[in-house]
Design a binder for this molecule. Structure first.
Ligand code: SF4
Length: 236
């Protein structure tokens, strides 16, 4: 099984906890896309004759790319690699990007799966993490994509957020189940060095992550996921 992962290193705004490689300036987007297309060509022999089963555009925020830019990327992959006819092609998307118009545009690309960064259904948590979207946009993004015929959707949630009580975490899980998505990824919030979150914790603007609380929320998630038949757990 062969797959291609592409990192799109641009974001609308910086989430407080994030230590991924990204820029909030889009001024180099065109130059990046040119370099990416060259890199795809340079790697054309890397997978030999294997057919590509998965293409994943992660980031960063790949949903910042417009239809034309995405088609340039897919066109270049198609030119130099053999893509399986049933390949799973995922776009990582932030909810605020997945407007009705954008989803309509994406329907005419090869994308057949979304990974949507919801993180929490509570605006207070989203503000604390400096996410660019609100909870209503998160729900609309998933429902809009489903209405447009995208059946394969995964969403991300974060637990261990300082103000996330057990009650709210259970509600987040229930809200996620109500969206009827195929897959849920849940990540424990961690304080990475040199992030805004690390600075906020150090200067006591935000209380530190409570490991006991994170551990309890992990157990709650396991039970809830098993009950809903989401049961594959991976350590990364
Ligand atoms: S959108 Fe994703 S990659 Fe960008 S800053 Fe937030 S968590 Fe990091």
């Amino acid at each position: 099984m062969a797959g291609i992962y592409i990192h799109i290193p641009f974001c609308k705004q910086a989430c407080n906890y994030c230590d991924f490689h990204f820029s909030t300036s889009l001024k180099n987007k065109e130059a990046f896309l040119d370099a990416l297309k060259k890199e795809i060509e340079l790697q054309k022999d890397y997978l030999g004759t294997k057919k590509i089963n998965t293409i994943y555009l992660g980031g960063g925020t790949p949903s910042l790319l417009n239809q034309n830019e995405l088609m340039q990327v897919f066109g270049t992959i198609d030119k130099y690699f053999k893509i399986h006819k049933d390949a799973e092609i995922t776009l990582e998307a932030n909810p605020d990007d997945l407007t009705k118009n954008k989803i309509k545009e994406l329907k005419s690309t090869p994308i057949n799966r979304f990974s949507i960064g919801i993180q929490s259904f509570y605006d207070e948590d989203l503000k604390l993490m400096n996410r660019a979207h609100n909870s209503q946009e998160a729900i609309s993004a998933v429902k809009g994509a489903q209405d447009a015929g995208f059946e394969n959707i995964t969403i991300d949630l974060i637990y261990g957020i300082p103000n996330l009580t057990e009650h709210r975490w259970r509600n987040n899980l229930q809200n996620a189940f109500l969206l009827d998505v195929k897959h849920i990824s849940a990540y424990c919030l961690t304080v990475e060095p040199k992030t805004v979150l690390a600075h906020q914790v150090k200067t006591k603007q935000i209380k530190n992550i409570d490991e006991q609380q994170s551990s309890e929320q992990f157990e709650i998630m396991l039970d809830a996921m098993k009950q809903q038949s989401f049961c594959s757990i991976r350590n990364i």
